[in-house]
Design a protein around this ligand. Structure first.
Ligand SMILES: Cc1cc2nc3c(=O)[nH]c(=O)nc-3n(C[C@H](O)[C@H](O)[C@H](O)COP(=O)(O)OP(=O)(O)OC[C@H]3O[C@@H](n4cnc5c(N)ncnc54)[C@H](O)[C@@H]3O)c2cc1C
Ligand code: HEM
Length: 397
């Protein structure tokens, strides 16, 4: 617990933090990678270049300062970050490294405005936050290790099946090398893969949402080839059936929360359909008692993954209705029946399928999800009904 004097000092630094902005955390990361280059094997450097991770860390630090006397407000963010950290196998000793670079950054960027009193207060406050993460992460590690099929750290898996789903998306079925069962996950969660390969300058860790319901024996992920993306291209071009990689236990806080009698609307764009597939397959397997809507947007037919799968399921399950948007259908697409609307996803076109009391799950690029949120609010759906996953450093919509 922090004393009132420390809380007051932290609050007094909010304007300073806000004026520094994400430049603060950019400086922090540059410093940390300079002095602790071994962490380049842990962090995704593309998220440094894009600025996504410095922004996510800045937002977390600023939110901490703003809520320093009401830490309960941070519970959701702590849960999400702790899950993410476990995917990168973050350990307690590393908190000291991050803490020392954060404090040094404050001193270097704040100049005379950052007094000894401020540094002491932030040192204490960082310690409290670090302990919250360390505690929750140790619980998650333990839960994953103790559950049937569970494990801790990286476990060797082999690619047992590789299948193209569209021109850019390929699925991989991963089975443990030891042949033993695998831990069940909650649909919506992701795996973290650890790859070391001669094509890579550093060891790389990436998250991929599970794209099928749990089966106890193997996991399926579905990966989009990203232009100049290191790991996605390696998976598409180099890794084949029989190749091995290390996998961390499933994690993530984007999970189904709807009761069996509540309607569920699954909204995705592009490869954002992966967590939706696992949710959908689980809902169908459990015989969900209320309506399920599958709303998907993509560029055109050649990039429309899993279309046959969803088509078959919609025919088999009365409760499931699917609607698809192609942004730029080709002439060939126009002759087929694989999509319903042209252009970007406009929810007003399917308003009759969208009860305000349904649970909405959404995944796709950030601008897509921000648009969906605005459209749902305009249709009278409360923001709390919308659950979403960002395929990169988190940002609020
Ligand atoms: C929770 C979660 C779930 C996810 N689920 C999925 C999923 O189910 N399926 C899926 O396909 N992806 C998923 N992702 C995204 C995935 O983790 C990877 O980010 C994605 O595969 C890209 O990784 P990469 O190594 O190929 O690209 P990276 O090498 O990480 O590059 C990412 C982007 O940055 C650009 N870039 C890299 N270096 C430079 C440079 N020097 N200059 C300019 N631009 C550069 C690249 O062009 C690329 O577009 C998920 C992410 C998260 C966080
Ligand atoms: C109190 C201290 C810390 C805070 C506030 C913090 C905050 C964050 C946040 C906000 C994210 C993004 C989460 C998301 O996208 O959902 C994140 C991701 C991450 N954190 Fe931390 N973190 C802390 C400590 C650490 C430590 C000690 C390490 C280990 C060196 C670490 C390594 C990582 C990594 C590797 C990622 C993923 C980066 C990526 O995807 O590029 N963090 N952290």
């Amino acid at each position: 617990m922090l004393d009132q004097a420390t809380i007051a000092v932290i609050k007094s630094t909010i304007p300073l933090l806000e004026s520094a902005g994400p430049a603060l955390t950019e400086h922090f990361y540059q410093r940390m990678f300079r002095d602790n280059p071994e962490l380049k094997d842990v962090f995704n450097l593309a998220h440094q270049r894009s600025g996504g991770q410095p922004l996510a860390l800045f937002n977390a630090v600023a939110a901490y300062a703003r809520n320093i006397d009401n830490l309960g407000a941070l519970a959701g963010a702590v849960e999400r970050i702790a899950h993410k950290h476990t995917g990168f196998l973050i350990q307690p000793a590393q908190y000291h490294i991050v803490g020392s670079h954060l404090l040094a950054t404050l001193k270097e960027l704040g100049g005379e405005a950052v007094t000894e009193e401020i540094l002491t207060a932030w040192g204490k406050a960082y310690g409290v936050l670090a302990n919250i993460f360390i505690g929750r992460e140790s619980e998650i590690y333990q839960e994953k290790a103790e559950q049937p099929g569970g494990w801790q750290g990286g476990r060797p898996f082999v690619i047992t099946h590789k299948q193209a789903e569209s021109d850019t998306i390929t699925s991989f079925v991963l089975t443990p090398v030891d042949g033993l069962p695998v831990l069940d996950f909650q649909p919506g969660q992701y795996l973290s893969l650890k790859l070391a390969h001669p094509d890579l300058s550093y060891q790389e860790i990436r998250q991929y949402s599970l794209s099928d319901a749990p089966n106890g024996r193997s996991y399926r992920i579905s990966v989009k080839r990203e232009s100049r993306g290191q790991v996605s291209n390696l998976l598409h071009d180099k890794l084949q059936q029989g190749d091995r990689l290390e996998v961390m236990p499933p994690a993530g806080d984007f999970v189904l929360t709807a009761r069996p009698d509540q309607a569920v609307v699954l909204i995705s764009a592009g490869v954002g359909q992966t967590p939706m597939l696992s949710m959908l397959n689980q809902l169908l397997a459990m015989g969900h008692g209320a309506d399920i809507r599958w709303l998907h947007a993509c560029e055109q037919g050649a990039l429309h993954g899993f279309k046959q799968d969803i088509h078959t399921k919609s025919r088999q399950h009365e409760r499931l209705l699917s609607r698809v948007w192609y942004r730029v259908p080709t002439e060939q697409d126009q002759q087929g029946e694989d999509y319903d609307f042209t252009g970007t996803m406009v929810l007003a076109q399917v308003q009759d399928l969208l009860p305000v009391d349904a649970h909405y799950y959404c995944c796709g690029p950030l601008p897509f999800m921000a648009s969906i949120k605005q459209q749902l609010l305009a249709l009278g759906v409360s923001g709390e009904r919308l659950h979403y996953e960002v395929f990169g450093p988190h940002q609020d919509l």
